[in-house]
Design a protein around this ligand. Structure first.
Ligand SMILES: Nc1ncnc2c1ncn2[C@@H]1O[C@H](COP(=O)(O)OP(=O)(O)OP(=O)(O)O)[C@@H](O)[C@H]1O
Length: 208
């Protein structure tokens, strides 16, 4: 054996910040839940929301559900990294959540609407942004399942919003189609992105 040695251990291990976004009803929460079940090495950031919890949602797991007054206090006290006002509700990311997540040294996953994702990408350009799409309009309608669609005007509003969001989709790093009844395929694609990102020669280092 030659006495000279060489160290092949040159891969840097930095935690990633992954932002999963896309139109309302596309399946963001479903994807996140499936990822939580399959991988414990990811820190899921819990965001704050002023809407009422849906029957299957848990406080502190899916979201922190707060009143509008409490949310406005959080804005006033500068406790949020970003927030947005969508369909009459507030949504925001508590600073403490990002700090805790990065301190844990694990990859950090955030689920944000398109407005929120754009803002986070401006604050953290090194974040990896993934835009989820349905395959087509019919699948999207099925997923919305009449949710919060009081009348035709509400649906028109949603369609206009989605059109605007689709224009922004190309500013994201990745586009992933969440095909009908193929949630596990979607999760696999996202996991493949995360794996590839960890293998980058120039890692995307997140700095607070
Ligand atoms: N690949 C899929 N095929 C069929 N149904 C799906 C798929 N992914 C998600 N769904 C269903 O679509 C509905 C909406 O999903 P989900 O709540 O995860 O969307 P979302 O993007 O988080 O919505 P919102 O932004 O409005 O909270 C749910 O009933 C979910 O079970």
């Amino acid at each position: 054996m030659n006495k000279l040695s060489v160290n092949f251990d040159i891969l840097d291990k930095y935690p990633l910040m992954i932002v999963i976004s896309g139109p309302s009803g596309v399946g963001k929460d479903s994807v996140l839940r499936a990822m939580k079940n399959s991988d414990s090495l990811i820190h899921h950031v819990v965001t704050v929301n002023t809407r009422a919890p849906r029957p299957d949602e848990q406080e502190g797991v899916d979201y922190f559900f707060v009143s509008r007054e409490k949310f406005e206090d959080m804005i006033a006290n500068n406790e949020l990294i970003e927030y947005s006002h969508v369909y009459d509700d507030y949504k925001g990311v508590p600073k403490s959540q990002i700090q805790d997540a990065l301190d844990s040294g694990k990859d950090v996953v955030l689920r944000l609407d398109v407005q929120g994702a754009e803002k986070i990408k401006k604050i953290y350009p090194q974040a990896i942004s993934i835009f989820l799409l349905p395959s087509n309009q019919d699948d999207w309608y099925k997923r919305l399942g009449g949710r919060r669609l009081g009348n035709e005007k509400d649906l028109d509003k949603r369609i206009m919003t989605v059109k605007d969001e689709l224009v922004k989709a190309r500013e994201f790093d990745y586009l992933v189609v969440n095909e009908q009844n193929k949630l596990s395929q979607t999760v696999q694609m996202i996991e493949a992105i995360i794996t590839a990102e960890h293998l980058r020669a120039k890692p995307r280092k997140i700095k607070l």
